[in-house]
Design a protein around this ligand. Structure first.
Ligand SMILES: C[S@@+](CC[C@H](N)C(=O)[O-])C[C@H]1O[C@@H](n2cnc3c(N)ncnc32)[C@H](O)[C@@H]1O
Length: 237
């Protein structure tokens, strides 16, 4: 067990329909995330998906860039069961966040996609990830829900209406500082999800018009690359 336990163990994060819709809605963004990472060949690599829900991201990643071993963690136990049931024969396991021991289980790469806004203590999260990455391991954080996104305050109310854990407003600077304070080297870019984006005008849970979708997927999605073991730069170097 880790020393920083997250006690929540809801069955699911959203309703059955909500999680199915999320999986469909997130696929273009997962593809963009995989396109944007520096590491092209994941052969021999171990990967962690933090906040994996039903496991769709790791299934897609394995399909596009097969890796040696993957673990998905979440708090939602029924969603984890779904992930386990649907994994097929890919080398992945799913478990509750508290059950991922450190440092025995160390990863080359870690990912989280649309999870950071559900974590109240970013420095504790940075420590959790740091303890589970190999030396010079990389953590990619894809996030569209943060203080500077003008859609966020409205979405926060939506999320609050169903999520078993309260959403939190972090700024991009909060995220960068939390990881810098834990010794990570921080870099950041826009995550552009180009091409045709599926849009259902009858589903207004998050989006009220196509421009919101376009702006979200091409302007507001941000990708952080957090590198463990930051090398201190000498003054003047
Ligand atoms: C918006 S969903 C994103 C799911 C998935 N990453 C995706 O891209 O579809 C957020 C996920 O984070 C999980 N989550 C919430 N709090 C968490 C925590 N403290 N630790 C791990 N996962 C958490 C939720 O249960 C949910 O599955």
């Amino acid at each position: 067990m880790s020393t920083e336990q997250v006690t929540a163990r809801p069955a699911t994060w959203d309703s059955d329909q909500g999680e199915a819709d999320m999986e469909k809605g997130h696929e273009p963004s997962w593809r963009a995330l995989i396109e944007h990472i520096d590491e092209r060949d994941l052969c021999g690599k171990s990967v962690l998906d933090y906040g994996c829900n039903r496991g769709g991201f790791l299934r897609l990643l394995y399909d596009l860039r097969s890796f040696e071993r993957g673990v998905g963690v979440d708090i939602a136990v029924q969603s984890l069961d779904d992930a386990e049931r649907r994994k097929g024969d890919i080398p992945v396991t799913y478990k509750h966040v508290d059950e991922l021991t450190a440092p025995d289980d160390a990863f080359d790469l870690a990912f989280s996609h649309e999870v950071i806004y559900l974590l109240p203590d970013l420095e504790a999260h940075a420590r959790y990830i740091k303890q589970r990455l190999k030396e010079s391991g990389i953590y990619y954080i894809a996030i569209g829900e943060y203080a500077e996104n003008p859609l966020w305050e409205r979405w926060k109310e939506t999320v609050s209406s169903f999520s078993p854990v309260s959403p939190v407003t972090h700024s991009l600077q909060d995220i960068a500082l939390a990881f810098r304070n834990e010794g990570f080297d921080v870099s950041v870019r826009r995550m552009v999800c180009d091409g045709f984006l599926p849009y259902d005008p009858t589903d207004t849970k998050y989006l009220q018009n196509p421009m919101e979708l376009i702006k979200f997927m091409t302007e507001y999605m941000i990708l952080f690359r957090m590198e463990k073991n930051r090398v201190e730069k000498k003054p003047g170097a």
